[in-house]
Design a protein around this ligand. Structure first.
Ligand SMILES: [Cu+2]
Length: 349
């Protein structure tokens, strides 16, 4: 997909920490003491990437990992491209203007490594979405509206294949797929089909390929991931959600054996919806119109990881990551991303 100049700039900024750390690393590799330091670091419990990153790490042969994650996302107010647009202006063209949207996603994951070179992953998730809007009743009368949808989302399966697994650097490819177990036909209590972002799944089989790099030394871990979501067909409602590419990079610092802090930059590019769902009333509100979807976004996250260090706590870790959007350019009119909170618990055995 062709990228404009600001998009290219954001993409490069998002992966710049990896480039810098890689350069630092190559200079450091000339130093023989690194090997000793890395060996020492390996005695610590294995610390993962920030909890919001999926498919960041592989497992050793025979290892299992189970995880539970909860993501909450808040959107508020509206943007037209990158400018704020008021609810009043939206109501000139639509019956309703969204004010706030909350999404909660509970994710259960399992990982298993049949060999050192291959890790398999399965993830199911349950979604709860809620949108507050204001509706134009005519003659200057506004009425608050609240719509909700909840249920299982799409199921993700993937295989992580190791390309390189050294003491300081690791590289793997993510071969992911998404199975359309999430609903695309959620309606409100009057039986009207809800707008695209209130639906729970894509309705299509999707390919989710990616490549992930991890590096580490005694106290620092860093990494980067580029991942795509490619929808393979139209869904039963007659549309295809926009394909997506995400580039992220992170660095984390091991404060002590049980605590690590991290920072992450993420750039996300999403295309428009292709086709329309004829059951969604396109005059209802901006999210009900197919061209008000996608765009690009630049996020920054800070996180902590707590690691079990006692023998009986080994393999347990808890991750918390807070993400805020620092730049967003929406296609058409969309709600403005505010922030996300990811909390997760992982247990490897
Ligand atoms: Cu794992």
């Amino acid at each position: 997909m062709p990228l404009s100049n600001p998009q290219r700039f954001n993409l490069i900024t998002a992966i710049s920490p990896i480039i810098i750390t890689l350069l630092l690393c190559f200079t450091q590799m000339a130093n023989a003491s690194t090997d000793h330091a890395t060996h020492h670091a390996n005695h610590h419990a294995n610390q993962h990437a920030p909890i919001g990153v999926m498919g960041d790490h592989m497992h050793k042969r025979g290892e299992w990992m189970f995880s539970y994650r909860r993501m909450t996302m808040t959107m508020e107010d509206n943007l037209q491209r990158d400018q704020a647009i008021s609810a009043n202006d939206i109501l000139q063209e639509y019956n309703m203007a969204p004010l706030k949207m909350n999404t909660t996603m509970d994710m259960l994951g399992a990982m298993y490594a049949p060999s050192d070179k291959l890790t398999l992953m399965l993830m199911v998730n349950y979604l709860e979405k809620e949108m507050d809007s204001t509706m134009d009743m005519g003659m200057g009368m506004l009425m608050p509206m609240n719509t909700k949808s909840s249920g299982w989302g799409d199921t993700k399966i993937s295989a992580l294949l190791s390309l390189h697994n050294g003491n300081s650097h690791g590289l793997h490819v993510n071969l992911g797929a998404s199975i359309p177990t999430g609903s695309t036909t959620k309606s409100n209590n009057m039986g009207k089909r809800l707008a695209y972002p209130m639906q729970l799944g894509s309705g299509t089989y999707d390919l989710e390929p990616g490549i992930t790099y991890n590096g580490k030394n005694d106290f620092l871990k860093w990494g980067g991931q580029i991942k795509g979501v490619f929808h393979l067909s139209d869904n039963d409602e007659g549309y295809t959600l926009g394909d997506q590419v995400t580039a992220s990079s992170w660095a984390s610092y091991r404060v002590n054996p049980w605590l690590a802090t991290a920072i992450r930059l993420t750039y996300t590019y999403t295309k428009n919806i292709d086709g329309t769902d004829g059951s969604i009333d396109a005059n209802m509100s901006p999210p009900a119109r197919r061209n008000n979807y996608g765009g690009d976004r630049f996020d920054v996250s800070i996180g902590i990881t707590l690691l079990g260090t006692k023998p009986e706590h080994r393999g347990h870790q808890i991750g918390i990551e807070y993400t805020t959007t620092i730049d967003q350019e929406a296609n058409g009119i969309q709600m403005e991303m505010q922030d996300m909170l990811n909390i997760g618990y992982q247990y490897a055995l």
